[in-house]
Design a protein around this ligand. Sequence first.
Ligand SMILES: NC(=O)c1ccc[n+]([C@@H]2O[C@H](COP(=O)([O-])OP(=O)(O)OC[C@H]3O[C@@H](n4cnc5c(N)ncnc54)[C@H](OP(=O)(O)O)[C@@H]3O)[C@@H](O)[C@H]2O)c1
Length: 337
Amino acid sequence: MRLLVLGGTAFLGRAVARTAHAAGHDVTCLARGESGGAVDGVRFVTGDRDRPDGLSAVDGETFDAVFDVTLRPSHARHAAAALAGRVGHYSFVSTCNVYPDDATPGQRADTAKLHDPAPPEVDNPRDGQMEMYGPCKVSCENAIRDGIGADRVFILRAGLIVGPEDRSDRFPYWVARMRRGGEVLAPGSPNDSVSFVDVDDLADWVLLAGRTGLVGAFDGMGPAMPRSRFLTELRDALAPPGTTLTWVDQEFLVEQDVRPWSGERALPLWLPLPEYAGFMTRDVTRSVEAGLPARPIADTALRTAHWMESTPQDVKAGGLAERDEAFVLREWHTRSA
Ligand SMILES: NC(=O)c1ccc[n+]([C@@H]2O[C@H](COP(=O)([O-])OP(=O)(O)OC[C@H]3O[C@@H](n4cnc5c(N)ncnc54)[C@H](OP(=O)(O)O)[C@@H]3O)[C@@H](O)[C@H]2O)c1
């Protein structure tokens, strides 16, 4: 297969390029080269998609499949115009942030309501408008479907993507925390749901979609699991013997200014309930039936730990600091005594 990766210099794009190259496909990556390098062995061409002619480096070429991660509607419009009629299949990575309802569990990609598209004057959510991220991805989805043709377009709405080269402070927080061992603060209740998707599982699925012509909109996230399973399997894969989990109520964490999801004082993969009860509990049956794989948590944990330990300079610090976690645990034990 001749594959064009629009991106390919960061996390998911690199995983798709690496997986495709390893499987013997002919891979071209097009990007500016600002986020990083392309994987060894693939063809890399320079292009700046902020310019309407940003894809001119591949003018006149045909591709069996395209893979695109942009969040800017103008990028999607230009790519659809430039590539229409020259591509067999187009995978576009969108996000579960296209759904406005974060509270209702069990929603499905084929029936859930979407945000309205972004207004025309909004083109880059990273310009201080991250609340426009979901609407911009809706606009991108529409532009690619309209320009390429719905019968060729696979929309993959990713949930939390985890694995090697994840430069966020989310899943890597838990990997580092389990490696340290001791008494681990486990947020909320053991039965709260958690869901995520391994970057290499998504890459495998994208290639399968390209080869088989899978089209339509699907959620790209694994089935929900209880947080107790997530943390126990991570601990068993990564932590020194004797590591324990102490479950601390959401209300107490809020009182102690422990914050959800990511950033300073955050416990990643923890979100306030019931406001976010739908965010990590989507019904992904269609995605699993359409071939989305899910490798064991231990596999994701060990590959991520290996990446973090071999390139520590690329790992983003964040989350609840060691001394703050110890303080909250002491207060919790005092309160519970
Ligand atoms: N991480 C998550 O948990 C998560 C969750 C849901 C959805 N997603 C979605 O998943 C995707 C992740 O993609 P990713 O990890 O491969 O990439 P990414 O970190 O979003 O990087 C964007 C890619 O696009 C390229 N790019 C950006 N601006 C460009 C421009 N003006 N011209 C040409 N290329 C440009 C970058 O390369 P250069 O900078 O080198 O040009 C880079 O390769 C995104 O669509 C994101 O919205 C992520």
